[in-house]
Design a protein around this ligand. Structure first.
Ligand code: NCD
Ligand code: ZN
Length: 429
């Protein structure tokens, strides 16, 4: 059993109950307790915020298959240091997580690391090939609640319809879509527009995302299944989701920190760490993402932590694979670029990074409430801590879009299942 803790004098923000007060929080036997045990270790949390541990519903951990980029253990360490107590690794591993075997393997590796909960995402189609349905029933039995072909779009409306219809048989199962029409996006290195013309890079239009968002919302309506839209990037997608939600469709959506912070204008340096899928779009799109996250049209912030090897990224822009790491910077990025300028309240930011993704994932024990008897999955962070994003990272990769940025706000302590896995900003395992 982990040691008992007394987190003293923290500013407790719990979006699941609306609680917002300075008080003590005790942890005993892995759970939140009404009173501290006699031998509890006291941590002075004066000036620090205590919240439900962050939950990342879109992470790439690369194991099995590309352990040179990341392993479940290194990814979980990056997550814990970033304030996360749960991550959902995507299915685009080698082999693909399209059957229960890989799901068990990834979950067991997560349990062995013991740094955060790991909720593996199952593939929708076998081998992510878009042709035959993956072993969804078997994976549901293994506890999977989120399914996605992320990295690729489900190619036909019919396949998505079948998956959504099938998923209805299982309570709480969600199909998460990477919205990208291949015929429009293929070859595109960045957002299509004046900047792509002047940089001489092939563009991909925002319509590549929007036509699939429109298709998927229509198919969700047809099938009645639960749809989640990954990493939305365009203002037009937001309008479609807003309308669908107003009409009562059960749909949810996420946005990444990098799409909230950067735009196509940042590509002037041809920095391959800013080459991501979907591409960074125009400033107007970014503004629409801010508004949608603030008003709840977008439910969650998800990192899309996508580690890539140095040698893969240190190539010509059009040769580089898309993706940025994000677990260690997500909290600082959101606090610095959204909370500080007043785009989001602190409570809404924590809701979008913890309570909302925990609900969509069905991650019981995460996202609050911070109440006696509940599993102790908590983050304590310093909203005023200034730090520069630079290696070394806990992640095995260092392809961060935020390299060199000064961020304000960083996790100090992370409590996972009652254990202090990060203390004073240092991983304890
Ligand atoms: C992801 C990856 O590298 O696996 N890359 C990315 O740019 N987002 C795949 C994905 O999420 O589309
Ligand atoms: Zn994706």
């Amino acid at each position: 059993m982990p040691e008992d803790l007394l987190l003293r004098g923290a500013h407790v923000i719990d979006p699941s109950t609306g609680r917002d007060e300075v008080c003590d929080v005790a942890v005993a036997d892995g759970r939140i307790a009404a009173e501290p045990g006699p031998g509890a270790t006291t941590l002075d949390c004066d000036g620090l915020v205590l919240a439900p541990g962050l939950v990342d519903m879109h992470t790439h951990l690369r194991q099995p298959g590309r352990e040179d980029k990341e392993t479940v253990e290194t990814g979980c360490r990056a997550a814990a240091l970033g304030g996360f107590t749960a991550v959902a690794p995507m299915a685009n591993t080698e082999p693909v997580a399209d059957h229960a075997g890989v799901i068990h393997e990834v979950r067991d590796l997560g349990a062995a690391a013991g740094l955060c909960d790991v909720f593996p995402v199952g593939a929708i189609t076998r081998g992510l090939a878009g042709e035959a349905m993956a072993e969804i029933g078997e994976m549901v039995e293994a506890g999977v609640r989120l399914f996605s072909d992320d990295g690729r779009c489900v190619p036909t409306a019919r396949m998505l319809r079948n998956a959504l219809t099938y998923a209805r048989a299982f309570d709480g199962v969600v199909m998460a879509e990477h919205c990208e029409d291949t015929s429009l996006a293929e070859g595109g290195q960045m957002h299509e527009g004046l900047h792509s013309y002047s940089l001489g890079l092939a563009g991909q239009p925002r319509e590549a995302e929007e036509v699939i968002v429109a298709r998927d919302l229509a198919v969700a309506r047809l099938s009645g299944g639960r749809l989640h839209l990954c990493h939305l990037s365009s203002a037009g997608s937001i309008e479609l989701v807003r309308l669908a939600k107003a009409q009562g469709l059960r749909v949810s959506a996420e946005v990444t920190p990098h799409h909230l912070v950067f735009s196509e204008e940042d590509l002037l340096t041809y920095d391959t760490n800013l080459k991501v899928n979907p591409p960074l779009r125009a400033a107007e799109d970014r503004d629409a993402l801010h508004e949608a996250l603030a008003d709840g049209t977008i439910d969650a912030v998800a990192t899309d932590h996508a580690p890539h090897a140095v040698e893969d990224k240190e190539v010509e822009f059009d040769q580089a694979p898309p993706g940025t790491i994000g677990l260690e910077t997500a909290l600082g990025a959101v606090l610095t670029h959204l909370v500080e300028p007043g785009v989001l309240s602190l409570a809404r930011a924590i809701e979008a990074m913890s309570t909302a993704p925990a609900r969509i994932l069905g991650a019981a024990g995460h996202g609050g409430p911070i109440e006696p008897g509940r599993p102790a999955n908590l983050v304590v962070f310093d909203p005023a801590a200034e730090w520069t994003v630079e290696p070394p990272f806990a992640s095995r990769s260092r392809n961060s879009a935020f390299l060199g940025q000064v961020l304000r706000g960083r996790a100090v302590h992370t409590v996972y299942a009652g254990e202090l896995v990060v203390a004073d900003g240092k991983a304890q395992r």
